[in-house]
Design a binder for this molecule. Structure first.
Ligand code: SD4
Length: 337
């Protein structure tokens, strides 16, 4: 692992200081500022967030800027524009954002708005509420100058029509993946390029944490279904005194254990980000091992010193890290090997 991390860092031309071998995955030494996010495509989001963090900007601004990258990316089928629709052909989006003081905002099941993360931030900053859903969220967005857009791309519409032929709802582990056979952009041979929910966590140069999570949810879900991603405590939790966590995967199982909050609480008890993520995954696995075998869930955590860690149920989970010394995609350790 150490050698592999060295190679990856060398590929990026950056010195290796942040990662070292530990319990089958990376343990990081605290770095500030830093941004980490779920899946390989988090790398592009991190790059945008890094522009703000490296200029001594605020973590909250970095989170919003980073999350907007996959939201606008048509090729990403599970976030924002181009995301797969529900079974009625409607693209409904979920997002939330949270800062180090516990301020948070969330939109659930919002349609026609390309950047739900920005609407969630406005809910946090401009309303007395935490959550707006459906038509109310759309109304609020339009009143605040967001443009109404069609988010269903021809590709996603075709995928939905193909799905309707069998209409079998069975989320696939690490959907839409592509395995790399040669190192490319810092990716390892055998690593998997997933297009999935983005959870993104940042620590700025002032030591403040923030996080965000944005998704189109599970493809071909029932209309009105909301997963973990916009649920504060489930898909995202930030506590400036301790750290932050976010999740990806089958949201129903994350909600059942209020997963991201639990990760932060394990860190509060003295566990490293990696150990905290692992403990929550183990709890999910032990509760129903047969169910756990069939699904993917991954947690990602960052403490307020800039140490990070991740753990998933299944192989194939990865996360992206950007700091002064690292620009890498790391394969996450997993419960099922
Ligand atoms: C959800 N957690 O809506 C999201 C989807 C996801 O990998 O992360 N998929 O349940």
């Amino acid at each position: 692992m150490f050698r592999r991390s060295f190679l990856r860092n060398s590929v990026m031309g950056l010195p290796l200081i942040g990662s070292e071998l530990g319990k089958g995955t990376f343990l990081s030494k605290g770095q500030k500022p830093i941004v980490i996010s779920t899946w390989d495509f988090g790398k592009a989001a991190n790059a945008e967030a890094w522009k703000i963090l490296s200029a001594k900007g605020r973590a909250l601004d970095a989170i919003e800027a980073g999350a907007k990258v996959p939201e606008a990316d048509e090729s990403n089928k599970t976030v924002g524009y181009g995301g797969y629709p529900d079974r009625d052909g409607r693209v409904t989006l979920d997002a939330c954002i949270m800062d180090e003081k516990g301020n948070c905002g969330s939109v659930m099941c919002i349609e026609h708005i390309k950047h739900p993360i920005s609407v969630a931030r406005l809910v946090m900053e401009k309303t007395p509420h935490v959550i707006l859903v459906g038509d109310g969220a759309l109304q609020f967005a339009l009143e605040n100058g967001f443009k109404k857009e069609n988010l269903l791309t021809p590709d996603s519409e075709k995928a939905w029509k193909d799905w309707l032929k069998k209409a079998n709802y069975e989320p696939v582990i690490n959907i839409e993946n592509k395995t790399y056979n040669s190192p490319k952009d810092g990716q390892m041979p055998g690593s998997i390029d997933n297009h999935d929910t983005i959870g993104i966590l940042a620590l700025d140069s002032n030591g403040n944490l923030s996080g965000g999570c944005t998704t189109s949810g599970m493809a071909f879900k029932m209309h009105g279904r909301v997963g973990d991603s916009p649920v504060i405590g489930a898909g995202l939790f930030v506590d400036g005194e301790i750290g932050a966590a976010t999740s990806t995967g089958v949201g129903e199982e994350v909600i059942r254990c209020v997963g991201s909050h639990l990760v932060v609480e394990y860190m509060r008890q003295g566990n490293s980000p990696y150990d905290a993520c692992k403990k929550v995954v183990e709890r999910i696995a032990k509760r129903d091992i047969e169910k756990a075998k069939k699904i993917q869930i991954g947690f990602l955590a960052l403490d307020n010193k800039g140490n990070y860690g991740a753990y998933a149920l299944q192989k194939g989970f990865s996360f992206a890290v950007r700091s002064e010394h690292e620009e890498i995609v790391i394969p996450g350790d997993s419960y099922f090997k």
